[in-house]
Write a protein that binds this ligand. Structure first.
Ligand code: HEC
Ligand code: HEC
Length: 260
């Protein structure tokens, strides 16, 4: 290996180790978990886990969920596996939670020790839907089931994959959560037509976009004069626009959107 390549490889390894160490999903410190995830997890826990583990986490003999130490799991990923597989012979059923729900449950387990469930505010999904459809005017850009526009991504199953914490950040700082595929693009065709839109799909020769009117277009790259991808979201931030309670309610509603 040439020294410069070796050096680059070492740098890469070092930075990978650094990001792994900073990744809250590996560390498990209570403060690493967004409040909205903890709240979402607390609701799921009350619904699915209370009946065996109890409100204080000590309902199963030999298991103390509040202690923060688990016999069968150290990392968050292992906790997700424990919850997903259960212990069928010992009496814990397997659960079919999607990634967003697992993120919430792990966040709650990591915070059970320090959080009084009575103090958690349960987000009001029904009120969240009203805010989304009226004050937030989200359907002017987004589609949910059979309502709304195609300008922004379809949100009909957003609650299955995106955690509460990342949904909240999508609303207060949209660019920070933007997926590369959703990046806004500006196109100038050979005949001088300017098209702004959102990238849906791209391969070597073509690009598919939803334009500002929500129309779907497929363009041949060879026929474009200009093709620029931006990393700044065109979605407005709702940080000042909505109160923190309205934001929490909208997140609660988005979490109920799990597709079919
Ligand atoms: C029907 C009863 C029951 C339900 C419901 C249940 N559990 Fe369990 N759980 C158990 C039993 C029993 C064990 C102990 C298994 C063993 O000791 O091998 C266990 C173990 C665990 C462990 C491992 C503890 C350790 O020290 O390694 C975790 C974590 C856990 N449960 C989380 C949950 C979560 C989260 C939920 C709700 C989504 C849940 N459980 C629902 C009965 C249940
Ligand atoms: C002016 C148009 C516009 C409005 C209004 C708007 N959005 Fe968006 N939104 C977008 C665009 C474009 C994206 C894709 C780029 C991005 O991720 O930032 C997006 C992305 C998102 C995402 C991430 C989707 C994903 O697949 O990762 C969520 C969640 C979201 N918006 C929710 C909302 C909610 C809730 C509201 C109302 C409170 C809202 N948006 C209002 C245009 C808009």
């Amino acid at each position: 290996m040439r020294p410069s390549i070796l050096y680059a490889a070492i740098l890469l390894l070092a930075s990978a180790a650094l990001t792994a160490g900073q990744n809250p999903t590996m560390l498990g410190h209570p403060e690493d978990y967004p409040r909205v995830d903890v709240e979402h997890g607390a609701r799921l826990y009350a619904e699915h886990c209370d009946r065996c583990h109890g409100a204080n986490g000590n309902g199963v003999s030999g298991v103390d969920l509040r202690s923060g130490k688990f016999r069968n799991a150290t990392t968050d990923q292992q906790l997700r596996t424990v919850i997903t597989n259960g212990f069928p012979t010992a009496g814990m059923p397997a659960f079919k939670f999607d990634p967003a729900d697992l993120t919430g449950l792990v966040a709650y387990l990591r915070n059970m020790n320090s959080i009084d469930r009575g103090s958690l505010r349960a987000g009001n999904a029904a009120h969240g839907q009203t805010v989304l459809e009226t004050k937030g005017a989200c359907l002017s850009c987004h589609r949910i089931n059979d309502k709304g526009s195609r300008k922004g991504p379809n949100l009909s199953d957003i609650g299955a994959n995106r955690s509460a914490g990342s949904l909240e950040r999508s609303l207060t700082d949209p660019s920070s959560q933007m997926w590369p595929i959703n990046r806004p693009i500006r196109i100038v065709t050979r005949d001088g037509r300017v098209i702004n839109g959102r990238r849906l799909n791209e391969d070597t020769y073509t690009v598919q976009i939803a334009d500002e009117e929500g129309r779907l277009l497929s363009l041949n790259k060879a026929e474009l004069r200009e093709f620029t991808v931006s990393t700044k979201s065109t979605m407005p931030s709702y940080k000042e626009e909505l109160t923190s309670e309205e934001l929490a309610d909208v997140v609660s509603y988005l979490l109920t959107l799990k597709g079919q």
